[in-house]
Design a protein around this ligand. Structure first.
Ligand code: AMP
Length: 286
């Protein structure tokens, strides 16, 4: 496995791959890699001849300096996991390369980023869209892999790739969960044992919401009320948002009536367990 830091080096290698007629897959990450990232890498490995993973703790997608500072980092374990997954090139992104002095150009995806995490984390998706544009431009992958745990991010990146005519396919990978249902996340390692135990309620509440909708409940407000009630049974969890939106537009359903005939219904939550912010979602389809 080759490890590069500079975008110029990465570009030279990925250009050589393409010139040799090899397909290139990109897996962008913030690092502190876990089973969720591994699923993206495995999918890329199965579908592409060369796999590039990027680890870059992108400051522009953090809305709070404290969250950025506390975000876990494990460079050696990350390299080990990438090696084990058969990554060809690991790009350890550097701030002075991707966010140099004088940087002032941004990419914004409008409607898809208005609600959910876009409403509660101002500037977050602008930071994501801009850095992903940079990664796409440097690596020029044939395929790029994103996890459905960050459903809104995956949808926004796919929209951006289409709108900006990036010559690549965005592939989405299902959420990897721990044994009790909690979505694997780098942030999980910051949970105290009691918070970790309480966090299992998140997926239970989402699944209950799914069952309610599948059983015929069509009132988004009623589903949200139950969802909030389930989550509030865990005193260690604080709800930042809990919503049921159209899975295609990420906007509320007309008249608040859930309609599964289009892109399904996305049940999405952001929850705080102590100082740790966790997000999760389920997409309910007919
Ligand atoms: P992150 O490092 O958290 O920005 O995640 C990098 C990529 O891995 C994103 O596309 C995430 O959606 C994806 N990812 C993170 N956690 C999971 C998970 N539990 N299951 C599937 N994909 C995930």
């Amino acid at each position: 496995m080759r490890i590069c830091e500079r975008s110029s080096e990465v570009r030279a290698w990925t250009e050589a791959y393409r010139r040799s007629g090899l397909s290139v897959g990109l897996v962008p990450t913030l690092g502190a890699l876990h089973a969720g990232h591994r699923a993206l890498l495995d999918r890329a490995r199965a579908e592409c001849e060369r796999v590039v993973a990027s680890v870059y703790l992108n400051p522009t997608q953090f809305d709070s300096p404290e969250d950025l500072e506390k975000y876990p980092s494990a460079p050696e374990a990350d390299a080990e996991l990438c090696r084990d997954a058969g990554v060809d090139l690991l790009w350890l992104g550097r701030r002075d390369d991707l966010l140099p002095e004088g940087f002032q150009t941004w990419v914004e995806v409008e409607r898809l980023t208005r609600r959910l995490c876009g409403a509660t984390r101002p500037g977050h998706f602008r930071g994501v869209a801009t850095v992903v544009t940079q990664l796409f431009e440097v690596v020029r992958p044939h395929r790029a892999y994103f996890g459905l745990k960050d459903y809104q991010q995956a949808r926004a990146v796919a929209r951006m790739a289409a709108d900006l005519h990036f010559d690549l396919e965005v592939r989405c990978v299902p959420t990897v969960r721990e044994a009790d249902g909690l979505a694997a996340s780098s942030r999980n390692r910051r949970l105290a044992p009691r918070e970790r135990a309480a966090a299992a309620a998140i997926y239970r509440a989402l699944e209950a919401a799914r069952q309610r909708i599948l059983a015929g409940e069509r009132s988004a407000a009623a589903v949200v009320e139950h969802l909030r009630a389930e989550l509030s049974r865990e005193p260690l969890l604080g709800v930042e948002y809990a919503e049921v939106v159209d899975g295609a537009t990420l906007e509320p359903f007309a008249r608040g009536e859930i309609d599964l005939s289009g892109g399904g219904a996305l049940v999405a939550v952001a929850v705080r367990a102590g100082a740790v912010r966790l997000i999760d979602n389920v997409l309910v389809e007919s």
